[in-house]
Design a protein around this ligand. Structure first.
Ligand SMILES: C[S@@+](CC[C@H](N)C(=O)[O-])C[C@H]1O[C@@H](n2cnc3c(N)ncnc32)[C@H](O)[C@@H]1O
Length: 314
């Protein structure tokens, strides 16, 4: 079962109230959703989205006790405005995006997300649509593959890795790919983890991240959902986003900064021409990160960053 990350911090940020409307754009196993529903009893309502039908099935069981206060929808959060219109969801008091993959997805070998288990190179969060990781690995030209690994995995040795992949293809299995990547680069000495301890990362970590991000267009979906999420809040409503890598966090940080500013003209321009008006107040000047205690109990939380904004009351 997936352990919800930064749970107390999310609840503190969203302050669920009875009668409130909440949207969980990444309901997963329903951990955050259960806490939001618990705190917004007896009549707060939650709309939970997930693009993975198998996650919704788990959430359905977990959240059954909340009866008709919960509505679960199989959709990509990048279609937020459209989904809200289709299901006539009222403006929200709180929206949560806990992006990335769940433990259930990572730990199922047949989903192909992890180099720790052997499985088909799939990595689609919605297994019903789109290209698989095997499609990318086996068909992209070497240069494009290298760029993808560099851009989405921030992997400095992307060219070497792409060369080794192209030489070895076709590649169909996660273990096979992990071995090829590990063979292409010298073992990394390891980064310092939170608390100063040495943490070695597997040489294939960044390549797997890059493929997953590309397969699911994770950065594109995040860029597209943020303005829609702001658009769906009530005045005073809050948007909380948990990201798990620096690429995602940069998108969230820059978007929040921009929407918290009245003028977004370049600094050298002395007179404002953009007429941009601030829409939100930033609640988290710095991102909230998990405590050592949480990371100890749930190492997957270690890279999480929570940022929160509030729609201005006019
Ligand atoms: C980190 S898990 C969420 C866990 C959840 N907060 C909990 O407490 O159980 C992320 C979930 O979001 C889903 N997801 C990721 N990107 C999505 C997107 N663009 N649209 C809809 N669901 C998405 C994944 O399928 C996964 O189930």
């Amino acid at each position: 079962m997936h352990t919800p990350v930064l749970l107390q911090e999310v609840i503190k940020a969203l302050q669920p109230q009875s009668g409130g409307i909440y949207i969980d754009g990444t309901v997963g196993a329903g951990g955050h959703a259960a806490a939001i529903l618990g705190d917004s009893a007896p009549d707060g309502r939650l709309f939970g989205f997930d693009q993975d039908e198998s996650a919704l099935e788990i959430a359905r069981n977990r959240l059954a006790e909340f009866g008709d206060r919960v509505h679960l929808l199989h959709t990509n959060f990048e279609k937020l405005d459209q989904t809200v219109r289709q299901y006539q969801i009222p403006r929200a008091d709180g929206i949560l995006l806990d992006i990335g993959v769940s433990s259930m997805q990572l730990e199922r070998p047949e989903r192909g997300f992890s180099f720790q288990y052997d499985g088909p190179l799939d990595m689609r969060m919605d297994p019903l649509t789109g290209q698989t990781a095997a499609d990318l690995v086996n068909h992209l030209p070497q240069d494009e593959l290298a760029n993808l690994i560099y851009r989405y995995g921030e992997e400095p040795r992307s060219r070497r890795i792409a060369r080794a992949i192209v030489k070895a293809r076709p590649i169909w299995q996660t273990a096979e790919l992990a071995q090829i990547v590990a063979g292409a680069i010298p073992a990394k000495r390891g980064k310092r983890g939170k608390g100063g301890g040495k943490r070695k990362i597997h040489p294939a970590t960044r390549t797997f991240q890059a493929l997953r991000v590309a397969v699911n267009d994770e950065l594109g979906a995040l860029e597209r959902v943020l303005p829609q999420a702001i658009n769906q809040l009530k005045p005073g409503g809050r948007l909380a986003v948990i990201s798990f890598n620096s690429l995602e966090d940069r998108i969230v940080k820059q978007y929040f900064r921009r929407e918290a500013q009245d003028c977004i003209c370049p600094p050298e321009q002395l007179i404002c021409a953009c007429k941009h008006k601030a829409l939100v107040n930033i609640i988290t000047k710095k991102p909230i990160t998990p405590s050592f205690v949480e990371i100890d109990a749930n190492p997957r939380a270690r890279s999480a960053k929570l940022r929160v904004v509030e729609l201005k009351r006019v």
